[in-house]
Design a protein around this ligand. Structure first.
Ligand code: LLP
Length: 438
């Protein structure tokens, strides 16, 4: 079982601060990041590359959690940034992120988004489809600009993870297909354009992956394609981007290897495969989201109502749910939980943690063993740092929670809690509507 960090009162601590105090100060639900954990993870990744003397970029996949403070943290840690929308790009620009280290992803970028990317002069666009090649080319013409591009290909790798977050298989909406020659056609289109500058290949095989083999198989396919292109087009790649997807620990069922080991295995494979094919060693880029931020955050909730169905189940409700963490409802994702007052105390009962949304599927955790609890107790759910806030929503008109960063024993608000005023600020009244009608 998980051992929680505690202070001398036996209370859960996050980044050294008492979780009960944090709940009191910031109210609940609140998502609390221990910033040192993010920095450590980033540094371990840097180390894996530097140890091998490789040229590289680590692009933080900001879809996992994006806000100004997070983008600034990524910059401080020497990361690049993967954005997948105008909104994420806007956030990066507002946060002052160095634009040459921004990479733009997505399977249906709009013309407006591509224009934003050109105007901001970002580092590269990861091209996903033919329409985008046309659009980017003509937008660059209009702006008299050029753009570095990677081509995203689907290597036909089936990584072992949940179907919805699996992305590298052939039957996927993302990228150019390898088998049918789409990737060659895309390369030819890029090569024919004086505006688009081919930098290399990209693939992403999926998410929450524990073994190196999925990545090495994908890299193998990409390297084989590059050696084909060397012969066919006399073209080598400056960049080999193997995407993100490194797994983290949500519960005891998850057993990820340290990131340095997984990455090390993948990087050693790439170096030898490239050498074997007689190719120049490209820069290796990765795009981790979950593994950088996932284990760094804990969500604090306040316990509320309880329903005992004798012989069947006890439901204990929290003041949040699928509105701040959609993952259990969407992927049957599993989480641990503990009482912040005595996180390591032995269990007295097995309960199921329900969210407060009006939906049967709004269950955060089925069957978790906890000490006896009562309304008002603070429940801590660890490993909520990735795809928690970023997929939060206003279902039932619940305001989104606050996000708090802790560093060096100090807590500060990274995203303030939404108010009811925030929630209704975009609503027009019937009177507004009638006015526009007449
Ligand atoms: N690069 C690309 C092209 C991606 O599509 C993704 C994730 C990443 C990088 C980052 O992957 P990561 O290192 O975070 O695994 N909402 C789901 C995860 C969706 C991932 C989508 N793409 C979840 O909550 O599990």
């Amino acid at each position: 079982a998980r051992i929680y960090e505690t202070n001398k009162e036996g209370h859960l601590t996050i980044g050294g601060l008492d979780a009960l105090d944090l709940a009191d100060t910031f109210q609940t639900p609140v998502i609390v990041y221990d910033v040192a954990k993010i920095r450590n993870e980033a540094q371990e990744m840097h180390h894996a590359f530097q140890k091998r003397n490789l040229s590289y970029q680590i692009a933080y996949a900001s879809k996992a959690f994006s806000c100004k403070a997070m983008v600034q943290l990524a910059e401080e840690e020497g990361l690049s940034l993967d954005v997948v929308s105008g909104g994420e790009l806007h956030t990066a620009l507002l946060a002052g992120f160095p634009t040459e280290r921004i990479h733009f992803h997505g399977n249906n970028k709009s013309e407006a988004e591509l224009k934003m990317a050109i105007e901001a002069n970002i580092g590269c666009v990861v091209l996903d489809n033919h329409l985008e090649i046309q659009w980017l080319q003509s937008l660059c013409n209009e702006a008299n600009a050029t753009m570095n591009v990677l081509l995203r290909v689907t290597p036909g790798i089936e990584a072992h993870t949940h179907d919805y977050i699996l992305t590298g298989q052939e039957d996927s909406k993302f990228g150019f297909d390898l088998q049918s020659g789409q990737a060659n056609a895309a390369f030819e289109a890029v090569n024919a354009s004086s505006r688009l500058c081919f930098k290399g290949l990209h693939c992403h095989i999926g998410s929450q992956i524990f073994e190196a083999t999925g990545f090495t198989h994908a890299a193998e396919k990409l390297i084989a394609l590059l050696s084909e292109w060397k012969v066919k087009y006399n073209q080598e790649a400056e960049v080999l981007n193997i995407g993100g997807g490194f797994g983290i620990r949500y519960t005891d069922e998850d057993t990820p290897m340290p990131i340095g080991l997984v990455l090390g295995e993948v990087l050693d494979y790439i170096s030898s495969a490239v050498l074997e094919r007689g190719l120049a060693m490209p820069e290796v880029w990765i795009e981790p989201g979950r593994s950088l931020v996932g284990e760094a955050a804990t969500t604090l909730y306040t316990l509320g109502s309880r329903k005992d169905i004798p012989g069947i189940r006890t439901y204990v409700s929290v003041d949040g749910g699928m509105s701040d963490n959609l993952r259990p409802a969407l992927y049957q994702a599993k989480y641990d939980a503990a009482l912040a007052e005595r996180p390591n105390a032995g269990a007295d009962e097995t309960v199921s943690i329900a969210g407060k949304c009006c939906e049967t599927g709004d269950m955060l955790i089925w069957d978790v063993a906890l000490p006896q609890s009562s309304a008002g107790d603070i429940l801590a759910v660890p490993s909520t740092g990735a795809y928690g806030y970023s997929m939060a929503n206003h279902y039932n008109r619940n305001p989104r929670p606050a996000v708090v960063f802790i560093e060096n024993g100090e807590a500060f608000t990274a995203i303030r809690r939404e108010t009811y005023e925030d929630l209704t600020q975009f609503d027009l009244t019937l009177r507004n509507y009638k006015k526009t009608e007449t």
